[in-house]
Design a protein. Structure first.
Length: 276
């Protein structure tokens, strides 16, 4: 099946693991005091990987997309990973907060012949914000932890609904150039989001052969990602990661997923970044 350009951008949320590694601890970590500005450089990169064709699918697809991050004074930054972009507007040693934009990819041109009979969902723009906290330990056993929460609402296009997503991650160096990371989080979505993505009304049931189903608000997923990055030189870094999503509640119980898809969503990617 031809992969549409906007569908390939879904990959960036996975490939961003490899590229966002660069923002996690991209300078060699040593047991001396250093500022946050010294740890997070500017970079531009590209990633490639494999992810599911649509949210809840068992079919997969491959693609490649770019990403970038620009660090500003006082710990502020702007970053962009394919369909996702955010900015930290706070000059604080540990806290960060700012706007979020996300292109939510819908469900169209799918491979599954039954799901293909359901109404297509085009892409849409989500807007919102996030609040986060981070801590960098540079003495003894160095590490970097980060936690926060993001909230988004569909504002343009064909997607509907809103979501709230807490998240957390930790990065630890294995050497001066090799780093490993682990992240987790979960997502809650409202009625509009869940009904558009997972409900099946009477007319759609008659056409597709799937049973009727009405989805409601609730926890939609939990996720876990391990990642590794390797700084190969002063200017270049490689990253790789796996993103594991486990659908919950009505998202998992919908016949779209339980009969034609998979509640366990696996994605993976590799990325290369140029630092300056």
């Amino acid at each position: 099946m031809p992969i549409q350009e906007f569908e390939m951008q879904r990959m960036m949320r996975i490939v961003a693991i490899g590229l966002a590694c660069l923002s996690g601890a991209s300078q060699p970590v040593v047991a001396i005091e250093m500022s946050l500005d010294d740890v997070i450089p500017n970079f531009f990169g590209v990633g490639a990987g494999v992810t599911t064709e649509w949210y809840g699918a068992s079919d997969s697809m491959a693609g490649a997309v770019p990403g970038a991050r620009v660090s500003l004074d006082g710990g502020r930054f702007v970053e962009w990973y394919g369909p996702y972009a955010d900015a930290n507007l706070i000059t604080d040693e540990h806290w960060e907060a700012g706007p979020v934009l996300n292109v939510r990819l819908g469900r169209s041109d799918v491979t599954d012949p039954v799901v293909a009979t359901l109404p297509e969902i085009g892409m849409g723009l989500e807007a919102g914000g996030y609040v986060g906290w981070h801590y960098l330990q540079t003495t003894g056993i160095p590490y970097r932890v980060r936690a926060g929460v993001m909230a988004t609402q569909s504002v343009l296009g064909q997607t509907e609904g809103s979501s709230i997503s807490p998240f957390a991650s930790v990065w630890v160096p294995l050497s001066y150039t090799l780093f490993v990371g682990l992240g987790t989080g979960f997502s809650w979505s409202d009625d509009d989001y869940m009904q558009q993505s997972f409900s099946i009304n009477g007319a759609d049931a008659a056409v597709s052969g799937l049973p009727q189903f009405e989805a409601g608000s609730g926890l939609r997923q939990v996720y876990l990602w391990p990642a590794v990055m390797w700084r190969v030189s002063d200017r270049w870094m490689l990253g790789s990661g796996i993103f594991c999503q486990h659908l919950l509640g009505d998202a998992a119980n919908s016949p779209i997923v339980s009969e034609r898809g998979d509640r366990d969503q696996w994605s993976g990617g590799v990325g290369i970044g140029y630092l300056w």
